[in-house]
Design a protein around this ligand. Structure first.
Ligand code: ADP
Ligand code: ADP
Length: 229
């Protein structure tokens, strides 16, 4: 299970300005589609519509053939996972922040997810800005490290459908490669939509959609798109 479909989706935040103007694509269960395009094209809006932060004004978003407006928020959230670009952490240990992905998870499962996401050594620490009851200060995590916490959380949750928002921020090459490896790990075998900022990070996507000004300007595999340019 886990097929995602956008059918002729139209959306605007305010009536005077159309953001998505008839966007249609399909992500077969277990496949990866990358959405690339300039800033402001409407990429994050697609993510917000899938999570029903907003509803489409025309067209449909479907999961396994069912309009997502016909399912409860709980069941929608149960099948969706998100690795956002900027992860906000709770005022509790990194382990707690990871366990949030699946509240019933054992300590062992949390540790294993943390190790896979390469955040293992930090699990007993608190995030920056917080202080433990014995006065220990929180740890300053880099953007990449916070994203790894989100990856560990998602490894634990193991949702059939995954939304990845790749970091635009200036991660160093080493960190970027590590994060890419962890993202590849978490998306393996799941329906995945990647919001990408560079074509080079989505070479292995089954399809790449180039979004421009709220419309699909081009689509194809990485090789096919490169051949055209
Ligand atoms: P992208 O992810 O491709 O950079 P977005 O989907 O975030 O683009 O945004 C598309 C357009 O919608 C942008 O011009 C943005 O300014 C506008 N937009 C995004 N969120 C809102 C909002 N909450 N209210 C009004 N306009 C918004
Ligand atoms: P949960 O598994 O608890 O339901 P989600 O996987 O839905 O959590 O989301 C994880 C985090 O990412 C939350 O903090 C949520 O607010 C944020 N988030 C989820 N979807 C989006 C989105 N489409 N755009 C921006 N942030 C999102």
């Amino acid at each position: 299970p886990g097929k995602v479909e956008f059918r002729d989706v139209h959306f605007s935040y305010d009536p005077n300005r159309k953001i998505l103007k008839g966007v249609s694509f399909e992500v077969p269960a277990g496949k990866t589609v990358a959405i690339v395009g300039p800033s402001g094209a409407g990429k994050s809006t697609i993510s917000r519509l899938l999570f029903r932060f907003y509803d489409v004004q025309r067209g449909q978003v479907l999961i396994d053939g069912q309009d997502i407006r016909d399912v409860t928020q709980e069941s929608l959230r149960a099948v969706l996972g998100m690795v956002p670009q900027d992860t906000v952490l709770f005022n509790d240990t990194i382990a707690y922040n990871i366990r949030y992905g699946r509240v019933g998870a054992s300590e062992d499962e949390v540790r294993k997810a943390a190790e896979l996401a390469q955040i293992g050594p930090f699990i007993d620490k608190l995030p920056e800005g917080y202080r433990s009851m014995v006065g220990e200060r929180g740890l300053k995590l880099s953007g990449g490290e916070k994203q790894r916490v989100a990856i560990a959380r998602t490894i634990l949750k193991a949702p059939p459908i995954l939304m990845l928002d790749e970091a635009t921020s200036a991660l160093d090459t080493q960190t970027e490669q590590e994060i890419q490896a962890a993202l590849d790990l978490v998306s393996k075998g799941r329906t995945t939509i990647v919001i990408a900022h560079r074509l080079s990070t989505v070479i292995s996507a089954d399809e790449i959609i180039v979004l421009k000004d709220g419309q699909i300007a081009e689509r194809g595999t990485h090789a096919a798109l490169l051949a055209k340019h």
